[in-house]
Design a protein around this ligand. Structure first.
Ligand SMILES: Nc1ncnc2c1ncn2[C@@H]1O[C@H](COP(=O)(O)OP(=O)(O)O)[C@@H](O)[C@H]1O
Ligand SMILES: [Mg+2]
Length: 305
């Protein structure tokens, strides 16, 4: 009999992630795929062509011998861990690939790639920190804009700039932060709600909505937003699929809003590690976890054949 395939997993454990992992491990086992879990590259060392990482039981694993590595933990990422992610992916297939992971971690790179793939995004401008006059120029044209750290998440650091005066007030703070560049987007007029569309392996998994709370214009849960049940039209699903394809992600959660001025759907970002529904959200009726697990298992099976 052929030897079992072996993959590595690093999966978030909070919010029901531990249960998802168990289900996935079980289903992979039925396909003849063994799983080694708890492989946080944060705790690994590399020497002489080897990356040695402790698994959940504290056992040393030679990462380069794995048939595939599934990395799915946004909350506990570290610079060292992503550095080894990059190295490991030169030798071992990974989900998501390091290249697509790194792309989706950066909002400017993502918008740049999406626009070149013909996918609508917010209009943006990136300039060197010494070219701040570019921001002055663009605010007169755009009326309102959003300053965004290119590597942020959860709506953090996003600053709405309403007019030239706000920009003048903000500039000293931005200059103090010793940034290499400025990235701003045109502020999109929308109804303060979005669509989060999950895609796995080019297939539609699920859609739900998020709504900003009170006067906030950000839909992020961490900014007080709330999840609600919402169906996606064929058009929205198509946009999400194309966005994932353009970014090269096997798994992606695409944030989409409706631009009321341009009357079109706009991709705000592609998340490379979109969370499964929490037990609480499942209780609300978000029942996509099993389908998502099955699609991921199919994908791992195919990629390790
Ligand atoms: N250009 C924009 N115009 C209007 N609202 C925006 C714009 N960009 C982001 N937002 C709002 O801010 C939220 C967070 O932005 P996003 O780019 O997804 O960053 P994060 O990674 O922090 O979630 C979005 O969900 C949306 O509600
Ligand atoms: Mg977002």
């Amino acid at each position: 009999m052929a030897k079992n395939r072996t993959i590595g997993i690093w999966m978030y454990q909070n919010g029901g992630g531990d249960i998802i992992e168990q289900k996935m491990v079980q289903k992979l086992k039925e396909r003849g795929i063994d799983c080694i879990t708890g492989l946080n590259l944060r705790n690994a060392i590399s020497k002489n062509g080897s990356i040695i990482c402790q698994d959940v039981n504290g056992k040393d694993i030679k990462m380069e011998t794995l048939d595939l590595m599934f990395s799915y933990n946004a909350g506990e990422q570290t610079q060292y861990q992503t550095y080894l992610y990059q190295a490991l992916n030169r030798i071992v297939p990974m989900i998501n690939s390091y290249e697509s992971f790194a792309l989706t971690e950066d909002k400017f790179h993502t918008s740049f790639v999406l626009r070149n793939a013909g996918i609508a995004t917010a209009d943006y401008k990136l300039c060197h920190r010494d070219d701040a006059h570019q921001l002055k120029k663009i605010i007169t044209k755009w009326d309102k804009m959003v300053y965004k750290p290119t590597d942020g998440w959860g709506g953090m650091g996003l600053t709405k700039i309403e007019n030239e005066d706000t920009l003048d007030m903000l500039m000293p703070f931005l200059n103090q932060m010793d940034l290499r560049y400025f990235y701003v987007e045109k502020f999109i007029t929308y109804d303060n709600s979005d669509f989060r569309v999950d895609i796995v392996d080019g297939e539609f998994v699920s859609c739900y909505g998020r709504k900003a709370s009170g006067n906030d214009w950000r839909t992020n849960i961490t900014a007080g937003g709330s999840v609600f049940m919402r169906d996606a039209s064929e058009e929205i699903i198509d946009v999400a699929k194309r966005a994932c394809e353009a970014c090269g992600v096997d798994i992606g959660g695409v944030d989409i809003i409706y631009d009321e001025e341009k009357e079109e759907y706009v991709v705000l970002e592609v998340n490379g590690i979109p969370a499964f529904a929490t037990p609480e959200q499942e209780g609300m009726g978000l029942k996509f976890n099993d389908r998502k697990i099955d699609l991921i298992v199919d994908l791992i099976d195919r990629k390790t054949k």
